[in-house]
Design a protein around this ligand. Sequence first.
Ligand code: ATP
Ligand code: MG
Length: 423
Amino acid sequence: MLVICHYGEIALKGDNRKFFEEKLVENIKKSLQQNRVLFNYVKRISGRILVELKQEEEGEKLLPQSKEFNSLQEKVKNALQKVFGITYFVFAQEVYPSTSSGQDPSTSSGQDIECLKDKAIEILKKETFSSFKVETKRGNKNFALTSQQINEQLGEEILNKISSMRNSADRLNCVKVDLHNPDIILYIEIAEKYAFLYTKKFAGPGGLPLGVSGKAVSLISGGIDSPVASYLMMKRGVENIFVHFYSNQQGYEQSLEKVRDILRVLKKYQEKIKVYFVPLLDIQKEIVLKTKADFRVVLYRRVMFLIANEIAEQEKAKALITGESVGQVASQTLDNMLAIEDAVSLPVLRPLSGWDKQEIMDLAKKIGTYEISILPHLDCCSMFVPEHPATKANLKDVKKEEKKLKLKKLIKNALKQSKIEII
Ligand code: ATP
Ligand code: MG
């Protein structure tokens, strides 16, 4: 069985194209392997990625529409719907029409169109429909017929053959062409050596192949927002390295397990997940002891950013990612974002900054993290926090408070005690 993956052309133009395509091939292979789908090859051909699946089980070819065949298709869908960069994919049948180059076009076009016709009938006779349309894309301009000519000739063949296969006396059973609202579309793609035929397109997630945009460190809490932010940056090709801060006191192990569970879901989109678990209790205690209560939230968060920045440097990552959304909570006013971001040199990506909570929750449900995120957990950020934290932190005042802390030493210790895990 053949699968053709299509990707967004615009982003892939220019010198980067080969690099993008190779990454996409690599990611498709990983996702198929992760979903236990066997394949013979995954390769680039003229603007698409072609996958040939292994569908023989114990030497026997799977029959189309059989239970095993359908379950294989489901596994493939599951895998490819999570590979960023794919705009859509199809299960196709292939024929190998010879092209007109070097041959007499009048004879070769006859041959070419004949094998397309046979395949078209073979595919459509299994389908139930009363109206149809043929849509041809001719990537190979050497092919003897234009797209329009192919559409017309195949259309006529389908009208004649399918109608005569059905009981033509029964008028309801007659087939007709409908260009605007057909029951079924037969797609034809004429590539270099092959022509592909199919009737259904499946949406991929879009975006860019994971890894083409470099690495960033994602601050992941146990909440709803941060996994969604990570997902969105993965979708733009950014490989995420995760950092989670926890208060190392009773019950924390359960909260770490919750974060691992969230990361196991994200692993479906990014095959290798590396996470730093960083204990924050000592730093929090010091902040509580030495600084004014009003500044705690901003100071905690500056420390988190500083540690994440340090990890990013170790990992050669070029940005930080957070799930912040403007105005959602006290620490996410523009004033506070400014006071927090000032602590670090790397750009902070906040893909959710303009999103409503409902929009974030909807996407969390779609990607599969929501149900885990809503389970209760210890939130280290809300510990020792005053009921009404400052929403307009003044940077000068924040820095003055921060000077009371032995930050360098505290951060060094926290990093020393942190644990790295590969999920
Ligand atoms: P979330 O739903 O992701 O927890 P939130 O709306 O609860 O977000 P905050 O708790 O203010 O908001 O956190 C804002 C962002 O800061 C989070 O999206 C995440 O990127 C980061 N963050 C918060 N807590 C932690 C933590 N314990 N470890 C790592 N990052 C965190
Ligand atoms: Mg949170």
